[in-house]
Design a binder for this molecule. Structure first.
Ligand SMILES: [Zn+2]
Length: 483
């Protein structure tokens, strides 16, 4: 969960800075844990993987993560995985033993370069596979099936791929031999990323990645926990790097989102630099909520001053109608003599400098707080309220200054649309919201039953505008917050 929010923000910022970015998130939908789970629940593995992926994606939506371009699944890439392993075998980087195939780490003189490990410190997993390996650090590329139903045909007999090769094959398929940035949680650096790097580098005679970005992990603070230690125990990659992440159940991510809203969690995560450990506790999230409140209150003030009047300069006067920050050069402006705009101009520079410095979102956010104070001061000093003249210099510079906030916050992926509940959802709010939406769903149903489709559609359209999507299914209508 930390990873997707961070990389979503990084992609937004890179695009805003003029880069063309393709973001791939691998879904490793076949591994030991999924197989164990499928046995435990007596359901096909594919079904479990599907459920988990759907759940994962719905959490991402709530967190405002919508920049992913490709979500490849390992099970859709078996031919690519198999030919990848074959190529490694032909180049003598891999060897087969009784239907298993291993990567020979001794053949790769660069092995250990990412995590700075020496050959001597390599510890492979024990068990049956250990006896077949040439050296303990060798890792499985292909695992022979032991009478398992989950198996694919291969030149080495029926089996399934190792986890590391799934990632290498999928990223190669979409991004080619070398790509710019590989992200992931710090806990994946070894062995997962080290092994990906070795396989891909040896297979393609080219460096796999130009930059590695490892995000810090989340640590539970004194009160409460998030996303679950159990997640990480179940699958290290999932919980931290944003693969399939189980989130249901007490303390799970969806519960936390329900209680706090995705925006609050996103804001909370971005206040820490992505390489640092995030200490999660309830107090921290509450504090993030209080900070967001200050922004929401300003947006209300702004709307009150500007929304009631027609303006030729800006098409919409609500904060959320101001233009988003699509491009860095477009947002440049000269502040002239106006002191608020001079302040905003300097703040914008500072914000961008922070983001340019290894995506320091924490420093960037503190700049936003300074700007917020300047904006409120401006409103107070000029006594601006609903009766203010829209063309007066004080309001014109307020609108310009607010559009800078709009530009910068949209780059962070926050304040993209009005918060559904201003107070950012504690349990009581969530229940209230649930009740109100269900009431509207029933009214719509009744309207449709008496063939008053216009009212039915109006209810749905208005809810859509408010960010509530209705899902009509056979068993009835449900709802979700739309991205
Ligand atoms: Zn991976």
């Amino acid at each position: 969960m930390v990873g997707p929010v961070i990389f979503d923000t990084i992609k937004r910022y890179l695009r805003y800075s003029g880069y063309d970015v393709t973001w791939v998130v691998n879904i490793t939908d076949v591994d030991d844990k999924l197989i164990a789970k499928s046995r435990e629940r007596n359901l096909p593995m594919s079904q479990i993987a599907c459920e988990m992926t759907a759940d994962y994606l719905s959490n991402l939506r709530e967190l405002g993560v919508n920049q992913i371009d490709y979500l490849p699944r390992a099970t859709d890439h078996m031919p690519q995985i198999i030919s990848f392993i074959k190529a490694l075998e032909e180049k003598d980087y891999a060897y087969a033993v009784d239907g298993d195939v291993f990567f020979d780490v001794a053949k790769d003189s660069n092995y250990g370069q990412l995590s700075n490990r020496s050959m001597e410190s390599q510890q492979g997993e024990g068990g049956e596979a250990a006896a077949k390996k040439r050296s303990p650090g060798d890792f499985a590329l292909w695992k022979s099936s032991k009478g398992d139903s989950i198996a694919w045909d291969s030149p080495w007999g029926p089996g399934r791929p190792g986890w590391h090769i799934e990632c290498s094959a999928m990223s190669h398929e979409i991004l080619g031999n070398t790509f710019d940035i590989h992200g992931g949680g710090l806990d994946l650096m070894f062995p997962h990323h080290e092994n990906e790097l070795a396989q891909s580098g040896c297979c393609h005679d080219a460096p796999m990645v130009k930059y590695w970005m490892h995000n810090g992990l989340m640590r539970a603070g004194e009160k409460g926990k998030i996303g679950g230690k159990s997640d990480r125990e179940e699958s290290t990659e999932e919980a931290s790097a944003g693969k399939i992440s189980r989130s249901k159940g007490d303390g799970g991510l969806s519960t936390v989102i329900r209680r706090h809203t995705g925006e609050r969690i996103r804001f909370f995560l971005l206040r820490t630099h992505y390489r640092s450990t995030i200490v999660y506790n309830e107090d921290g999230l509450q504090e993030a909520g209080t900070s967001l409140e200050a922004f929401y209150r300003f947006f209300d003030r702004f709307n009150e001053i500007t929304s009631l009047q027609e303006s030729t300069q800006y098409p919409g006067q609500y904060f959320y109608d101001l233009p988003l920050g699509t491009c860095r050069t477009q947002g440049e402006f000269s502040p002239g003599e106006d002191s608020l705009l001079q302040e905003m101009h300097a703040a914008r520079e500072k914000f961008l400098t922070s983001m340019d410095d290894d995506f320091n979102t924490g420093a960037a956010i503190s700049v936003l707080f300074d700007s917020l104070r300047a904006l409120n001061r401006h409103i107070d000093q000029h006594g601006l309220g609903p009766a203010a003249e829209l063309d007066s210099p004080a309001v014109v510079s307020l609108i310009k200054a607010a559009s800078v906030i709009r530009e910068l916050t949209s780059v962070l992926g926050i304040f993209l649309k009005p918060a559904l509940s201003g107070s950012g959802g504690d349990e009581a709010d969530t229940d209230l919201l649930d009740g109100v939406v269900n009431l509207l769903i029933n009214l719509r149903k009744e309207a449709r039953e008496r063939k008053d489709y216009a009212t039915g559609d109006a209810i749905r359209d208005r809810l859509t505008e408010l960010g509530v999507a209705l899902l009509d299914k056979k068993e009835g209508t449900s709802w979700e917050r739309s991205p």
